[in-house]
Design a protein around this ligand. Structure first.
Ligand code: OTD
Ligand code: ZN
Ligand code: ZN
Length: 347
């Protein structure tokens, strides 16, 4: 097979940042994806519909002339999100859902939720208005081992939440464990999960092989091989619970290559190439379209994209660095060779 053509895919979990840095990277996503769920963890966080609509305007303004790309905005849930804000978000077609960050769980999550019981009324409002809840699924208790935080979150927070709010639509974002996969599979169609390319391609050895590898550091942290295999099996199975979300999260090179480096992998430049690599290794390229182009739209109840994206089989080298505002950005697999290359999508 020398090329594969898919219905235009979507990225259901993306960090675009803001300002000059965003302007340098937004087209990497727009070239490949028709739509993306844009995460609200800016500083300050995007907590209101008004702020999200302004941010959306800046994203659209940063696109190259003629590029079409639809940002689907997520709002940042806090202990103090007013009921009125949930109603406003529900009425705005540009807003796709609310993001739950347990306070301190990941980059720029300080303003997140400090206890799930504090937002029960907000979850009721989301359920009532039919607005999805997107979840960063890790406990933040410093006594819990960092590799166990997702599994612990599922048993202590997510499972009770799914039971208590029987109509709430929930996405377990960037699932990284076998426990996460099995939990989502055990739920009905109102619970879904996104899977990143880096968690499909790497296990935790990638962090520490031959030296410490800051560009493989992300949250949730890479897990052991058995978990990676569970993610690959879920993504390539065609199961409608699972869909593409890159969690591409750029940080300038000095912030990554540091004594206390930031979490996040920049995968957007080569997103579909990386997913194609993971699916091909699993002998499942024919399942890529469901995962990348069908399941997410079906979960959110919005039409699948028109248009197509074609990947060609050709060997090429990923650039060492990219422009990122006043700094440089190191993309995933910098300097390495890839065997698929996506051309700009049509339609
Ligand atoms: N994980 N980095 C970031 C966000 C994600 O948890 C996430 O969604 C980021 O830099 O915004 C990361 O490692
Ligand atoms: Zn997250
Ligand atoms: Zn993220």
């Amino acid at each position: 097979m020398d090329s594969i053509t898919l219905a235009t895919p979507d990225d259901w979990h993306l960090h675009l940042r803001d300002g000059a840095a965003m302007a340098d990277i937004v087209d990497h996503s727009a070239r490949q994806f028709g739509r993306a769920v844009v995460m609200p963890n800016l500083k300050p966080p995007v907590t209101t519909t008004a702020a999200a609509l302004e941010y959306r305007g800046r994203i659209l303004a940063a696109l190259p002339e003629g590029a079409r790309f639809e940002p689907l905005m997520a709002l940042y849930l806090t202990d103090a999100t007013p009921a009125e804000e949930i109603r406003r978000a529900a009425e705005a077609p540009e807003i796709i859902g609310f993001k739950l960050y347990p306070a301190g769980a990941t980059t720029h999550s300080e303003a997140g939720v400090t206890g799930i019981e504090k937002i029960h009324w907000a979850l009721e409002a989301l359920e009532r208005h039919g607005v999805p809840l997107l979840v960063h699924g890790e406990v933040t208790d410093p006594d819990v081992d960092i590799f166990d935080r997702e599994a612990r979150f599922i048993e202590s927070v997510l499972e009770p939440l799914v039971r208590r709010f029987p109509a709430l639509r929930i996405v377990l974002e960037h699932v990284t464990t076998k426990e996460g996969v099995e939990f989502v599979q055990s739920c009905g169609p109102r619970v879904g999960a996104t899977i990143t390319a880096h968690h499909l391609l790497y296990n935790r050895n990638a962090l520490l092989t031959g030296g410490i590898r800051p560009h493989h550091y992300c949250l949730p942290v890479l897990k052991r091989e058995s978990h990676r295999q569970a993610l690959v099996a879920a993504a390539t199975s065609g199961d409608a619970h699972f869909f593409l979300g890159t969690d591409s999260a750029p940080h300038a090179r000095p912030q990554k290559e540091s004594a206390c480096g930031c979490a996040g992998c920049y995968t957007a430049l080569t997103a579909m190439e990386l997913y194609a690599l993971a699916f091909e290794r699993a002998g499942a390229l024919h399942m890529l379209e469901r995962f990348a182009s069908h399941n997410g739209a079906d979960f959110y109840g919005i039409p699948r994209n028109g248009g197509t994206l074609t990947l060609h089989r050709t060997t090429w080298q990923v650039p060492e660095t990219l422009a990122f505002g006043p700094e440089r950005l190191v993309p995933a697999m910098a300097g390495e060779s890839l065997t698929w290359r996506a051309s700009r999508r049509s339609g």
